[in-house]
Design a protein around this ligand. Structure first.
Ligand code: NAP
Length: 490
């Protein structure tokens, strides 16, 4: 039965599409069910955007673009700042809603609200700081003027694992720079985006600046928008396979793209590590979001002299965690997003065990409803096991051992992905060597968490293109224009 608080929070969410400042039904009258992953039951239904709704959204974004770009940076900054304050006021409701549709424990969802909202604050501070430059050419004659302007209407496609933060990382800089946008949230977690859009709209975001089109027909709805000459940018967060396809689709129009894709993060524990810190870091890097994070530690590469102690302590801590619906007050581990995801995680565990891995904790599908999977530690994992080569996206920690730094770096780099790595060592020079040699966009040194709105988030290799957050994040929404000027003194 739906609790009073649950119903109240669900009632706060507009159930329509937001296009040109109006909330409306889908043009073909279809609706989309949002499922509670803890029970498999329907939470609520919302409008399911059609292809023609998508085209209406790009028309609305295009129509609003020129006037929006002409607004004062200070005005856009203040709007973002008000949104930051308002999301803070509603933080408990956002967290509860996110837990309902995505499954993570409410306390963890509260952490995402703080993290996601920080992007709004960060970009409110960046909005008035976009500048160009003026200088003299090396020969002392011509002048060089460089100016920045908004890239224009942008399409955002976001995943289900961080329903608020993945949206604010894009909406924040787009508002700051004066871009209009269309947000297509994941079909499984559209409610958080709809609530955020209603907050921005209530604060006076002009019609057409942000359009939100949840849909069960992702490719059919976004494909025509990507081909439309009015769109100027695509920013995608999701799997590498879908990202590759979208890069191909964007090629015809040479669309600006930002791609935040999959990961296969190594977490390396050296023999000189502080093991207490390594265990804490491992739990954080593995269990944040039940392991359903692009930044989740996927491979535990541990020096053979500390592997036994490290694995035993991680397994002991994991075995004590409470698995429950995210809204249960002392829940530590919520359900995975759906049954296919749970089966995919279990298949990786079963394959690894068939190839000789030993289960230290977890590894069994629990009885009962919902898509739960227990925190699991595997040792003696064969180097060829799929679990070391695929993104697990679940609370499973496979441990392999090494004997030399060179071997650890080789193992860490043996993947097509290059998003993040974690390393635990008390040797600063070794830490710096790793920063230079690991093939990743981000390195957590003696920490299991790198995400920070003030830092450039992003990957190399098949993990993506571009950066979100930091000083770099705003450039993704700016075009650079150079004006060559004849010597004004001549
Ligand atoms: P996904 O299947 O790639 O979906 C991501 C988004 O793309 C969803 O909105 C999805 O819509 C949409 N989509 C799917 N097929 C599409 C198509 N043909 N055309 C246009 N849009 C399409 O990924 P996911 O399972 O939601 O998320 C998990 C993945 O995201 C993992 O690989 C994870 O590593 C990655 N991720 C990366 C970062 C990062 O910053 N690097 C952050 C978070 C997650 P539907 O919901 O309708 O399928």
């Amino acid at each position: 039965m739906t609790s009073t608080n649950e119903q109240r929070v669900l009632d706060m969410v507009p159930k329509g599409l937001l296009i040109g400042g109006q909330w409306r039904e889908s043009s073909d009258g279809k609706s989309l069910d949002v499922i509670d992953p803890a029970t498999g039951t329907v939470l609520t239904s919302i409008a399911d955007a059609s292809e023609s709704d998508g085209l209406d959204a790009i028309a609305a974004a295009h129509e609003a673009q020129a006037e929006w770009a002409a607004t004062a940076p200070r005005y856009r900054a203040e709007l973002l700042r008000s949104a930051f304050e308002r999301v803070n006021e509603l933080a408990d409701d956002f967290a509860f809603l996110m837990s309902l549709e995505m499954g993570k424990p409410v306390a963890e969802a509260r952490g995402e609200v703080s993290y996601g909202n920080e992007f709004i604050r960060w970009f409110s501070e960046e909005a008035p700081r976009v500048t160009g430059r003026y200088g003299t050419a090396p020969d002392g004659k011509n002048r060089i003027l460089v100016l920045k302007r908004p890239v224009g209407p942008s399409l955002f496609i976001t995943p289900w694992n961080f329903p608020l933060a993945m949206a604010t990382r894009k909406i924040g800089p787009a508002i700051a720079t004066g871009c209009t946008m269309i947000l297509k949230p994941a079909a499984q977690t559209p409610l958080t985006s709809l609530l955020l859009a209603s907050v921005l709209q209530d604060l006076g975001l002009p019609p057409g600046v942000l359009n939100v089109i949840p849909t069960s027909r992702a490719g059919a709805v976004t494909g025509p928008i990507i081909k439309d000459g009015r769109l100027r940018k695509l920013s995608f967060t999701g799997s590498t396979a879908v990202g590759q396809r979208l890069i191909r689709d964007s090629a015809d129009r040479v669309l600006r793209t930002s791609m935040e894709l999959g990961g296969n993060a190594p977490l390396i524990v050296f023999d000189d590590a502080n093991i207490d810190k390594a265990v804490e870091g491992a739990l954080l890097a593995k269990l944040r979001n039940m392991g359903e994070a692009c930044t989740a530690a996927n491979r535990f590469i541990v020096h053979e002299s500390v592997a036994e102690e490290f694995s035993r302590r991680v397994a002991s801590r994991m075995s004590k965690l409470k698995m429950a619906r995210g809204t249960v007050p002392d829940a530590n581990i919520g359900p995975l997003i759906d049954e296919p995801s749970r089966q995919a995680v279990h298949r990786l565990v079963e394959d690894a065990v068939a190839e000789g891995a030993k289960i230290m904790t977890g590894g069994q599908l629990p009885e009962g409803g919902g898509y739960f999977y227990p925190p699991t530690v595997l040792t003696n994992v064969s180097p060829d096991s799929d679990i070391l080569h695929e993104e697990i996206f679940g609370p499973v920690a496979p441990v392999v051992t090494f004997t030399s730094e060179e071997e650890a770096i080789g193992l860490a780099n043996a993947t097509e992905y290059g998003l993040v790595a974690y390393a635990f060592t008390e040797d600063l020079n070794r830490g710096l060597r790793l920063a230079e040699k690991l093939e990743v966009g981000m390195l957590g040194l003696n920490t299991g968490l790198v995400s920070n709105p003030a830092a450039p988030f992003g990957g190399i290799k098949s993990s993506g293109l571009g950066r979100e957050g930091g000083f770099e994040g705003i450039d993704e929404y700016l075009e650079t224009v150079y004006v060559g000027i004849a010597d004004p003194l001549a």
